[in-house]
Each structure stands twice: as structure tokens, then as C-alpha cells.
Design a protein around this ligand. Structure first.
Ligand code: B3K
Ligand code: ZN
Length: 869
């Protein structure tokens, strides 16, 4: 049977609701008994059929108001009770089920992570434990009793406050929890296990004391401190910037090794992928530290944007995710460097979200049609969703935006809301009309702004003509005009900033692009200006303006906006790659332009102004980032030209790079902005120096002298990318030191997967048998297989189809064991429209092979079906 789609337009208020639930778990890794008592309330007096969601468990018994009840119909995914004879407005159901956590490799519902037991319910995992109205607009109070062996599971955790506990004579103990806040089933959580516990406290702005607890695997206490600091900073920041205070007396975070995603914001009991909790200088890089901080913040911020105010239905997911990503981005920007954070986020958006828009999976931030909800936790819903919130912020300004937030919270606290509720609050609080702006919620695709300009010497008038167009996407052919905030600046050729005036008044630097074609006129412009367009990336769009190299160099030198200077460097790199790709296709020798070399020297010579920005400006776009500027991608060509660019920069700038490399050596490791910046710059220099004659010596020394994972990994990466003589020795050394530690080994697996070596596929295949690899662990799979498929395009798209075959064999296995992870790993394969016909044919054949599987999971079905259309 083909899986069925759900449509946003079909939303209906539920006929019944459940306002109280009492759960009893008798935990056992092989057979856990669950008793669920539901207080059901009829909302629609006409209704007499109650359909409960549920599958993948043993159904043991059902009682209605304490009497056995058998008037139901059961199918693969639900139980429908016929209540026509009873005509009750309120009643109690008691449901007994049993599950086998040890065999649950899907990592949804109740499952084992190592020696512990935990749950993952979002989006629809609760129904894998018991029958339930498993939808986000059914809000209930939960009381949960957990009973388990005390020796094996000394900690028994659930949402809310611990209200009772006790011991049994048979060696088991029990704990009872009560969550006073209404919540949907997807926010339910349970964890049982033996942990090391890091405790701290936080005093809220109204003076309440909150106990903070972080649970990690035994022996990992020395890696939990940064997460705790991050949590306290998040709590403080949300009070200061948003006026939002924590509400329970306890906040718990548990780190687990087996987890499908990053982390989960369950009320009062976050469950985290250990990758986003554990960090110390020996095991985590600077980037890991930043990621831990931002994921801790993200989940904490969900307590208001997600938990107190949740989503009415899953089509509204961006209501909580887009907004919460925006909030975590602002948090990082306020604590660290706003420009660097912006650049990181834009890089990510352009590489992945723009690619999603151009793929068969294109969808608006509020999707219209879904087969498997887990497939819509996407860069579009999250990151583009955050861009949409950011544009509202740009249009309203901080003050009105915060007024809008206050209204939104006041109106929706304790409720399940929609994206429209949010926009409407913003609109009413600010008085700014967002009618046209709302289209960002319903329209998919990446808009293109084509800009041209005209300067009139005599009248000193400068005109910018802006045309908008959103290309058709797989899901939507017709596109309407959007309201696009376009932030600009004008510079003279001498670098002086030209103020924006109309007649004699200064005007806003944010242009409201709303029509197909618009002309913006500026007065008193003393000379032909160079326009800086899309400053701070004020909208998630592509810009097309025909810059001369000279203009680009002006912006690179003088633009005040850090983002603009970085973005200009990107444009220069892309132009260089394009020109050389043409040469490559015509079998002509590649050449590096002098203009770009000059620009690079300028960047390098100014490193002291901002070492971290310099590092980013010196970093070549990845192959996958370059690919996004082409309609049809040539993975081999891009890789070859990029390597040529890397080698040329290395040999032309080596003296300068060596000086900077030496000037940025640090004594000791601290997670501080200044030091992070220095390490970043020094390690970019290293990545180039690796390609010079001294490379092997420098890289080897860097590795040997390193006292932290950031530098160690930089050396390993430089060695493998430049294929240095020391590469294999260093990889071996690292493996011997860390093979017992999966999280650290993930870095090693990812490096192996991105090796430029001809035989990389063979290497990756061999590593499936490595002692640190575990097919059932999503982190390991993503590091090795996911990285190979998504970050080594030259090898994955090998013209003999070997990369595709490799991935498909893995997906066939994963389809049975963990379809959610399979549906992530398949992404590079469904973008077949971006490749030449030979590759397309191979990719299609592979997808057809998967489509023919007997038990194809709906997760994979949805993506494959779209890709083959
Ligand atoms: N809300 C979770 C993601 C759940 C994904 C379910 N497939 C984490 C987050 O966005 O914070
Ligand atoms: Zn989230």
C-alpha cells in the first residue's frame, strides 16, 4: 500500500481531547510494560468515533471507565473506538501495552542507548509506545511513574517535578514525576540509566532558584562543564533580551550516544546527542564548543518558543523552529562576533537551503503536503524559517519586534498556535503591514534579484533598478512577488561611504522590494558609486549585479560591513573558479588572475584588523559551496579547479602565510574569542602551507606540538587534503589514541571520507568494519557514509556509479533498521536534476532499485517518489 499524504488545508480541530494522562512504565530492556490512563473529553457533541494513533507495540488490554472495552477497530497504525452507544462527554481509558526497547533500532519511541533507556517522541514517536491522540494540539497534564532495577538504572527521569519515590523488595525502585504544564505528547520524555551528574543552579530574574542537572555517561564529568556554562548563559540571555524566564524548579539535560538528530527540547528534560554536550580541550574543537553552546541555547529557548507555545499542527513547525533558530543565532551574535556568526549561517543556508529549493524536495517554510513528518525537519523549515523571522526583525526593528513577541506570548501562552498567529501579533504590535510579506510562508524557492544601475553625472542622481523573480520549484510552478528587504550601501571609488538621500532627506538603507521591477532613486550622489547589495544578507535571495573586478576590489577594501567584504571575496573566488572551469573543459591550461592575487595579498596584509574574518576570507568555498552557483554541476571539474586554486594561493603567498602562521602561535588553550580567532587564522594558513615544499614538516610538527583537538584536527585535515607523506602515520597515531571514543573518532571517519585519494571509496568501505564503527549509531553513519556522500562530491559522483551503488547498499539496510536516518543520508542522491545525463541515468537507476524494495519505509518513499517524478 502506498503511504498517504496529509495536507495543511485539511486541518480539523480534534473531536476529542485528552487533558490528563497518567503513565506507568515497568522498565525492562526486552519487555517494558506501559499502562496509560487517559482522561478523555469530547469537544464535538456530534462525535462518537475516537481514533487513537499507535503502532509498533503489543496491545494488551483496553478498559473504558474501568470496564473492559472491545468495541473498536484496529489497523496498522490506529485504534478506532466506536462510542456511539455510550454517548459520553467525559470518560477514562486505560490502555496496557508492551514494547521491546532493545529491538527498537529506529530510535523513536522507547529505545536503548548503550546501557540506558530513553525516549524520542517528536514528531510521532509517542504512538510507538501506546495509543494516543498523538498530535500537537492535544495538550495534557502528565504524571509518570517509572519502575526499574535500581542497580542497572539508578536514575529514573521524566518531565516536571519529582513528587514521590520508593524501593521495592525485589531490587527495583520507582520514581513518580508530575509536570504541571500542559504539553503535547511529542514533548514527553523518559530516561533511565546510570550516569555521572553535574549539578548547578540558576537564580531567575524574579529570584526563583532552578536546579540545573546534566547527566552524562560515567567517566565523562570532565566534559560536561561547558554545557553547564552554556545553559546558564542561555537562561540569562533570554531574560535580558526577550524578558523570558524559566518556569519549572528543575532543568535536566541527558547526553546519549544513540540519537537520530541533534537534541530534543522535552519539557524540563532535554535529551541530547552527546555530540552537543560533551566538550573538553582534548576532545572538542573550537567549532564543537560553539555548536554545543548554540544547541544548548536552542533547546533552552524552546521552553517558550515551542513548549509554552507549541504548534497547532506539524505544518506549522517553522513557528517554533524558525523562531528558535533566530533566537539562538541572536544569542551567539550577542555573545561572540555578530559578523562571523552571520557569515557562518549564510554559508550554511546557501550551500544547503538553496540546494533544497532546487531539489525535488523544495517546499515553503510552512509545507502544504507531507507524507512523513520527520522529512520536514529541514534547512528550509529551520534556517530559511529563521531568515523569515530575521526579515520581520529587519522591517520592524528590535523594539517593535520585542513588542510583537510580548503580544505573541501573551495571546498564545499555554496554547497550540499557528504561523499566522505569530505574524498577526507582529503586525498588530508594530502597525506595519505584513500582508505581502506573508507569502514567504507559502512560497518556496530562492528569489533572484537582478540589479542594474544608472548614474547621472549632471543631476547627481543615482538609480538602482531592481527586478525580482522566483524560479519555479518542483512543488510550485507559479510564483508571486515577495516583500524583500534589500539592505544597501554606496561607496565612492575612493572608499568613502555615500549617504543615501532623497531630495535633502536621509533615507533608509533598507529598500522595500515589492514589485517585479522597481527603481530606487538617490539624490546628491557626488560620483558614480559602487553599490554594496544585500548587506548582512538582509534576505535569503540570490543577487545578480554585473560587478567589474575593480568594483569588487573597492568593496573588498572599503566596505564597512564585514559581511559585504567577506561576500565580495566569495564572488571573486566564484568568478575565478568559473573562468578556470571553462578552460578546464576546453583543455586549456588553468591560470590564476592577478586581480585575485592582489586581493588576497590585501586580505592577508590586513590580518591584524580581524584575524577571524581574515581566516574566513582566505578560506576557499568548499566544492559543495562552489557547486551551488551552477545549474548543472561538474563535480570532477570543480574539484580539479579548486585544487589548482589552493595550490596557486599556497605557492604565491607562502612567505606571507608562514609569517602569519608563526605570529599566531598560542601558549595554552582557552575558549576565548581572541584565541579562537588566532587558531582559526593559523590553521587556515596551515591548510595552504601544507601544499608547499615545507608542508610535510610543518604539518607534522603542528600535529606533534598540539595540545588541543582544534590544532590536532587541523593538522590531520591539512595532511590528508594535501596528501602529505605524514598523513597515514598521523591518522594511525590518532586512531590508536582515540579508537575507544566514538565521538572523537567521528572526526577521523569524516576526514577519511573526504580524502582526495583516488581509492577513497575503498577506504570508506573498509572502515565499515573498523573497530570504532557501529552501523546502528547514527553519528558514526553520518560521519563516515553521510560525509562521503555529501562532502566528497568528486568521489560520490564518480562516473562509474560506484559511489551511488555504495550508498544504495547502505540505504537498503537502513531502510529496515532506521528509516529516519536513511532519509537524511539519501539527500545527495535525490538531486539528480543537477547532473549530466550520464550521472542522472545512474542515479535514477539506483533510486529505482530502492523504490522496488518490498518494505520501503515512508520516509524514503516520499523522497524517492519525488525524485523520480
Ligand atoms: N525539535 C527537535 C527536532 C525533532 C526532530 C524529529 N525528527 C530538536 C530541535 O529542533 O530543537
Ligand atoms: Zn528546534
Amino acid at each position: 500500500m502506498q503511504p498517504k499524504a496529509k495536507f495543511r488545508k485539511d486541518y480539523k480541530v480534534p473531536d476529542y481531547t485528552i487533558n490528563e494522562i497518567s503513565l506507568d512504565f515497568q522498565l525492562d530492556p526486552n519487555r517494558t510494560f506501559i499502562t496509560s490512563i487517559l482522561n478523555v473529553e469530547r469537544k464535538n457533541p456530534e462525535a462518537n468515533q475516537l481514533r487513537l494513533d499507535g503502532h509498533s507495540f503489543e496491545f494488551l488490554s483496553l478498559k473504558l471507565n474501568d470496564q473492559p472495552f472491545e468495541n473498536y477497530v484496529k489497523d496498522e497504525e490506529s485504534l478506532t473506538l466506536d462510542l456511539s452507544e455510550l454517548n459520553l462527554d467525559q470518560f477514562q481509558l486505560c490502555i496496557e501495552t508492551a514494547v521491546n526497547p532493545a529491538q527498537n533500532t529506529s530510535l523513536q519511541g522507547l529505545y536503548l542507548s548503550g546501557d540506558g533507556i530513553c525516549t524520542q517522541c517528536e514528531a510521532e514517536g509517542f504512538r510507538q509506545m501506546t495509543y494516543m491522540l498523538d498530535r500537537p494540539d492535544v495538550l495534557a497534564k502528565y504524571r509518570t511513574k517509572i519502575t526499574a532495577s535500581k542497580a542497572k538504572y539508578p536514575f529514573l527521569l521524566s518531565n516536571g517535578n519529582r513528587i514521590a519515590q520508593g524501593e521495592l523488595e525485589d531490587g527495583r525502585h520507582w520514581v513518580e514525576w508530575e509536570d504541571p504544564f500542559l504539553k503535547p505528547s511529542y514533548l514527553f520524555a523518559l530516561v533511565a540509566g546510570d550516569f555521572d551528574l553535574l549539578q548547578d543552579k540558576f537564580i531567575t530574574m524574579s529570584g526563583r532558584e532552578v536546579a540545573l542537572e546534566i547527566y552524562v555517561d560515567r567517566g565523562n564529568l570532565d566534559r560536561a562543564g561547558w554545557a553547564m556554562e552554556s545553559l546558564k548563559r542561555s537562561m540569562k540571555w533570554d531574560e535580558q533580551r526577550f524578558g523570558l524566564e524559566y518556569d519549572l524548579d528543575i532543568y535536566m539535560i541527558v547526553a546519549v550516544d544513540f540519537f537520530n538528530m541533534g537534541a530534543m527540547e522535552n519539557k524540563g528534560l532535554n535529551v541530547f546527542n552527546s555530540k552537543f554536550v560533551l566538550a573538553n580541550p582534548q576532545t572538542a574543537t573550537d567549532e564543537d564548543y560553539m555548536n554545543v553552546e548554540s544547541v544548548i541555547a536552542h533547546e533552552y529557548f524552546h521552553n517558550w518558543t515551542g513548549n509554552r507555545i507549541t504548534c497547532r499542527d506539524w505544518f506549522q513547525l517553522s513557528l517554533k523552529e524558525g523562531l528558535t533558530v533566530f533566537r539562538d543565532q541572536e544569542f551567539t551574535s550577542d555573545l561572540w562576533s555578530r559578523a562571523i556568526k552571520r557569515i557562518d549561517d549564510v554559508r550554511f543556508l546557501r550551500a544547503f537551503q538553496f540546494a533544497e529549493d532546487a531539489s525535488p524536495m523544495a517546499h515553503p517554510i510552512r509545507p502544504e503536503k507531507v507524507i512523513e513528518m520527520n522529512n520536514f525537519y529541514t534547512v528550509t523549515v529551520y534556517e530559511k524559517g529563521a531568515e523569515v523571522i530575521r526579515m520581520i526583525h529587519t522591517l520592524l526593528g528590535e523594539q517593535k519586534f520585542q513588542q510583537g513577541m510580548k503580544l505573541y506570548v501573551a495571546e498564545n501562552d499555554g496554547k497550540a498556535a499557528t504561523c499566522e498567529d505569530f505574524v498577526s501579533a507582529m503586525e498588530r504590535a508594530s502597525g506595519i503591514d505584513l500582508t505581502q510579506f506573508r507569502r514567504w510562508y507559502s512560497q518556496s524557492g530562492t528569489p533572484e534579484l537582478t540589479v542594474s544601475d544608472h548614474y547621472d553625472e549632471k543631476s547627481k542622481i543615482y538609480r538602482l533598478q531592481v527586478a525580482q523573480m522566483t524560479p519555479a520549484t518542483a512543488d510550485q510552478l507559479e510564483k508571486a512577488n515577495l516583500h524583500i528587504p534589500l539592505k544597501i550601501a554606496l561607496y565612492g571609488s575612493d572608499g568613502a561611504k555615500i549617504s543615501l538621500q532623497y531630495e535633502l532627506l536621509t533615507v533608509s538603507d533598507v529598500l522595500d522590494v515589492i514589485h517585479d521591477r522597481q527603481v530606487f532613486e538617490f539624490h546628491n550622489v557626488p560620483q558614480r558609486p559602487v553599490p554594496a547589495l544585500l548587506c548582512d544578507f538582509s534576505a535569503p535571495v540570490r543577487i545578480d549585479y554585473n560587478y567589474t573586478t575593480e568594483q569588487l576590489l573597492t568593496l573588498l577594501k572599503y566596505a564597512e560591513n564585514d559581511f559585504v567584504r567577506w561576500d565580495t571575496a566569495q564572488t571573486l573566488y566564484i568568478n575565478e573558479l568559473r573562468a578556470n572551469l571553462t578552460r578546464y573543459h576546453q583543455n586549456e591550461p588553468l591560470q590564476f588572475s592577478n586581480d585575485l592575487l592582489e586581493a588576497l595579498m590585501l586580505i592577508v596584509d590586513n590580518w591584524q584588523q580581524d584575524p577571524e574574518l581574515t581566516a574566513l576570507m582566505l578560506t576557499l568555498p568548499k566544492e559543495t559551496e562552489f557547486a551551488e552557483s551552477f545549474k548543472v554541476i561538474d563535480p570532477a571539474g570543480i574539484a580539479a579547479v579548486r585544487t589548482f586554486m589552493q595550490q596557486t594561493i599556497a605557492s604565491e603567498l607562502k612567505d606571507r602565510l608562514l609569517i602569519i602562521y608563526n605570529a599566531n602561535k598560542l601558549d595554552g588553550y582557552r575558549v576565548e574569542a581572541k584565541d579562537i580567532a588566532k587558531r582559526a587564522l593559523r590553521n587556515v594558513c596551515l591548510s595552504y602551507l601544507a601544499f608547499t615544499e615545507q608542508g610535510n614538516g610543518i604539518v607534522n610538527r603542528h600535529y606533534q606540538q598540539s595540545d588541543n583537538m582544534t590544532d590536532t584536527l587541523a593538522a590531520l585535515s591539512a595532511a590528508t587534503k594535501a596528501q602529505l607523506a605524514c598523513a597515514d602515520l598521523l591518522l594511525k597515531d590518532f586512531e590508536e589514541k582515540w579508537h575507544h571514543d566514538g565521538l572523537v573518532m567521528d572526526k577521523w571517519f569524516a576526514l577519511q571520507a573526504t580524502r582526495p585519494d583516488e581509492n577513497v571509496l575503498q577506504i570508506v568501505q573498509g572502515l565499515l568494519e573498523h573497530r570504532s564503527f557501529n552501523f546502528n549509531n547514527p553519528n558514526r553513519l553520518r560521519s563516515l557514509v553521510g560525509t562521503f556522500a555529501a562532502q566528497n562530491p568528486r568521489a560520490f559522483h564518480a562516473i562509474d556509479g560506484s559511489g551511488y551503488r555504495f550508498l544504495i547498499d547502505i540505504l537498503i539496510k537502513l531502510n529496515e533498521s532506521n528509516p529516519q536516518v536513511a532519509a537524511r543520508l539519501i539527500d545527495p542522491l535525490i538531486k539528480l536534476g543537477r547532473y549530466d545525463s550520464q550521472r542522472q541515468t545512474l542515479m535514477r537507476r539506483g533510486l529505482e532499485r530502492l523504490a522496488g524494495l518490498e518494505n520501503l519505509a515512508r520516509d524514503l518513499f516520499e523522497k524517492i517518489d519525488k525524485a523520480l517524478q
